[in-house]
Design a protein around this ligand. Structure first.
Ligand SMILES: Cc1cc2nc3c(=O)[nH]c(=O)nc-3n(C[C@H](O)[C@H](O)[C@H](O)COP(=O)(O)OP(=O)(O)OC[C@H]3O[C@@H](n4cnc5c(N)ncnc54)[C@H](O)[C@@H]3O)c2cc1C
Length: 465
C-alpha cells in the first residue's frame, strides 16, 4: 500500500529533527589561512565531542572544526535517536586481536558512555529530549525468536548479566508495548532516546562557547600531514582529525575505506491518546526487531513514531545522497512495516521521510586512531551504532592527541586498520546481493520458518558482515 502523506509532508531536506528546530543557515566559513593545534574535519558528533573534550582538557588549545554544511548536517542530525550501548561491530572480531577481557572492557565503556552523554548534556544545559527507558528487541515469528534467544545466549557469554539484558514474559511485554505478531522480546536498560538534532545543535553551541572555532559551509578538499585544505584557506595544525564517517568515501584518498550505507526514516503525525492506549509505550523505550533487514523506532517527545530501516542500502560508486531525499518505494515499505507492527497507526499519516549515510568498514567494526608520524587521526565506521560510540571516540581522540596512555587508548578498536572495500562493480554487487538475500530470508521466515534462513547466512558471508 502507498503511504498516506500529510498535507505538509516533506521528503528529505536533512531530517524531521532539524525541520522541527528550523534548518540552520551555515555559520561563517573559514576566511583565509589559519594556524591551530588541532584541525577537525567534520562537524558531526565525532568532531564535536572531540573538540569538546580537547578544550575541556586544555582550554589553551586552538581547535578548529571545518564543516562543509552546518554542524549536525550528516548522520548526527538524522539518526534514529538510539543512544545505545550496543558495540559497533562484533565482539569476536575485536577479541581476535585484543582478547576477551579488553573486548569486555570496551563493552562496559559503551554502557558507561550513555551516562556520560546524559551527564554532559545536564552539565552544559543541552536539552535533547533524553529519556533512558532502555531498549526492546522484539522477535516477530519463530525464526526471529530463535535468533533472539541465540543473541541473548551470546550476550551472556560476553558477560552481559540479567541486569544488562533479560527476556521479557509475554505479559510484561504486553503491559509495556504491544507489537502485533510479537513472539518474544528482550529488554536492556542500556539505551536512551534522544532528539538527534538537538544534541548536535547543543554540542555545537557548547564548543563555540568553549572557544572552538567552528567554520561552517567550509568543505575540506585535501587532508595532508599538518594541514586541512579548503577553497577558502588552509588550516595548519600538528594534528588533523578526519571525522567524516559516512562521507569518508568523498574525501580524496579514502574512497574505498568505509562504505557509505544508507538508512532511512519516516515519522508519523502526532498520534492521539486513543492510539497510544492501544500501543502502550509509556516509558519511551527504543524499539528494534530481529529481522535481517532490521527496523529501529522511537516514540518522540511530541508523541509521533519515528520508524527507520534500510531503504536503498547502497548507491553505486559510493555516492552519497546528502540532503536525504528518500525514494517513494522506501517510504511505502517503512509505512507498511510500521502499520504491521502497530495497526492502530494506520489512521495517521507520514509527516516526513529522510535518509542519511553511515560508514561501514570492510570488517564491520569501528575504529579510532592517530598516526603519530603524520599527526593524522580518524574515528568512525560505527556501522549504525554511532550515537554513543562517537562520545567514546571523542574522549579517545583527546587522549591520543594529548599523547596520554589511558585505559581508553588501550581499547581494542584503537588503531584498528582494515583492508579497503573491493572496487566497483564488485562492491555494489556484494552489498546488493547481501540485502536482497536478507529480504528473501525475512520473507521466508515470516511464513513460519522456525530457524534462521540459510540465505541470511550466505548473505553474511558475501560481505563479511
Ligand atoms: C538514518 C540513520 C539512522 C541512524 N540511527 C542511529 C541510531 O539510532 N543510533 C546509533 O547509535 N547510530 C545511528 N546511526 C549512526 C550514527 O548517526 C552515526 O554513526 C553518527 O552520527 C556518526 O557521527 P559522525 O560525526 O562521525 O558523522 P556525521 O554525523 O555524518 O558527520 C560527518 C560530518 O562531516 C561533514 N563532512 C563530510 N565531508 C566533509 C568535508 N570534505 N569537509 C568538511 N566537512 C565534511 C558532513 O557534512 C557531516 O556533518 C544512524 C545513521 C543514519 C544515517
Amino acid at each position: 500500500m502507498n503511504a498516506p502523506l500529510s498535507s505538509d509532508f516533506v521528503n528529505g531536506d536533512v531530517s524531521f529533527w532539524f525541520r522541527s528546530l528550523g534548518i540552520p543557515a551555515p555559520g561563517a566559513p573559514l576566511d583565509g589561512d589559519r594556524e591551530a593545534d588541532v584541525a577537525i574535519v567534520g562537524g558531526g558528533y565525532t568532531g564535536l565531542w572531540t573538540a569538546y573534550y580537547l578544550k575541556k582538557a586544555d582550554p589553551s588549545l586552538r581547535v578548529a572544526v571545518l564543516e562543509k554544511e552546518f554542524a549536525g548536517f550528516g548522520a548526527s542530525g538524522r539518526n534514529g535517536g538510539w543512544l545505545t550501548g550496543a558495540l559497533a561491530g562484533s565482539p569476536e572480531r575485536y577479541a581476535r586481536t585484543h582478547g576477551r577481557d579488553a573486548t569486555q572492557r570496551l563493552q562496559r565503556e559503551m554502557f558507561a558512555a550513555i551516562d556520560e552523554v546524559i551527564a554532559v548534556c545536564a552539565d552544559e544545559g543541552i536539552d535533547a529530549d533524553i529519556v533512558k527507558g532502555g531498549l526492546f528487541n522484539v522477535a516477530r515469528g519463530p525464526a526471529q525468536e530463535a535468533r533472539l534467544r541465540e543473541e541473548l545466549a551470546a550476550q551472556r557469554e560476553w558477560g552481559w548479566t540479567e541486569e544488562d539484558v533479560r527476556l521479557l514474559s509475554p505479559a510484561e511485554m504486553d503491559e509495556r508495548l504491544r507489537v502485533s505478531g510479537a513472539a518474544g522480546a528482550t529488554w536492556s536498560p542500556h539505551c536512551a532516546r534522544i532528539q538527534p538534532a538537538k544534541l548536535a545543535r547543543g554540542l555545537a553551541e557548547t564548543v563555540r562557547g568553549l572557544g572552538v572555532e567552528l567554520y561552517e559551509g567550509t568543505p575540506v578538499t585535501a587532508i595532508a600531514p599538518g594541514r586541512a585544505v579548503t577553497p577558502y584557506g588552509t588550516v595548519r595544525a600538528a594534528h588533523v582529525l578526519r571525522c567524516t564517517e559516512g562521507f569518508t568515501a568523498t574525501v580524496p584518498g579514502h574512497h574505498r575505506d568505509w562504505l557509505p550505507m544508507n538508512s532511512s526514516l519516516i515519522v508519523t503525525e502526532p498520534l492521539g491518546a486513543e492510539v497510544w492506549e492501544t500501543i502502550g509505550w509509556e516509558r519511551r523505550e527504543l524499539l528494534g526487531d530481529m529481522a535481517h533487514y532490521y527496523m529501529y523506532a522511537q516514540r518522540t517527545a511530541d508523541d509521533r513514531i519515528a520508524f527507520g530501516g534500510r531503504g536503498r542500502p547502497y548507491l553505486y560508486g559510493s555516492r552519497v545522497d546528502d540532503r536525504g531525499h528518500t525514494h517513494d518505494w522506501t517510504v511505502d515499505a517503512l509505512w507498511n512495516l510500521l502499520t504491521s507492527f502497530f495497526p492502530a497507526v494506520a489512521s495517521s499519516r507520514v509527516a516526513h521521510a529522510w535518509s542519511g549515510v553511515l560508514g561501514v568498514p570492510r570488517d564491520w567494526c569501528a575504529t579510532v586512531g592517530l598516526d603519530r608520524a603524520s599527526g593524522i587521526g580518524w574515528a568512525g565506521g560505527y556501522t549504525g551504532h554511532g550515537v554513543t560510540t562517537t562520545n567514546l571516540a571523542g574522549r579517545t581522540l583527546r587522549d591520543l592527541v594529548l599523547g596520554r596512555e589511558t585505559p581508553l587508548t588501550g581499547l581494542p578498536w584503537v588503531d584498528r586498520r582494515v583492508r579497503a572495500w573491493e572496487p566497483e562493480p564488485l562492491r555494489w554487487l556484494g552489498v546488493h546481493s547481501m540485502y536482497r538475500l536478507y529480504r528473501i530470508a525475512d520473507a521466508r521466515e515470516a511464513k513460519g520458518m522456525t530457524r534462521t534462513s540459510v540465505l541470511a547466512r550466505v548473505a553474511d558471508r558475501i560481505t563479511g558482515h
